[in-house]
Write a protein that binds this ligand. Sequence first.
Ligand SMILES: [Zn+2]
Ligand SMILES: [Zn+2]
Length: 96
Amino acid sequence: MVDLLKCGTHGERETRFVCTHLFQNARSESPRSMRYFEPAHDEGEPTPAIWCEACETVILEQGEVNEAAADFASFHMVCDFCFQKYLDENTPDAAT
Ligand SMILES: [Zn+2]
Ligand SMILES: [Zn+2]
């Protein structure tokens, strides 16, 4: 099952999630390349969400993406096209 959202730029697309820090960075005047982390997911499956280093620290402290971690990340929904831009403009964490 795939969640759809209506992107202002791309119309009806699949939903992805980015943490608010990556989201704000992409909207700042001079976005920088941030390290991003992603949840474990099946190979061949698209990455459902990404978050920044600060969020990763909280998630490690919490042990999972629980309410406190999700609160800190305050994920934004973006469409899969917009999401690809985040993947291109930021740097994946080296681990796997
Ligand atoms: Zn973050
Ligand atoms: Zn879009």
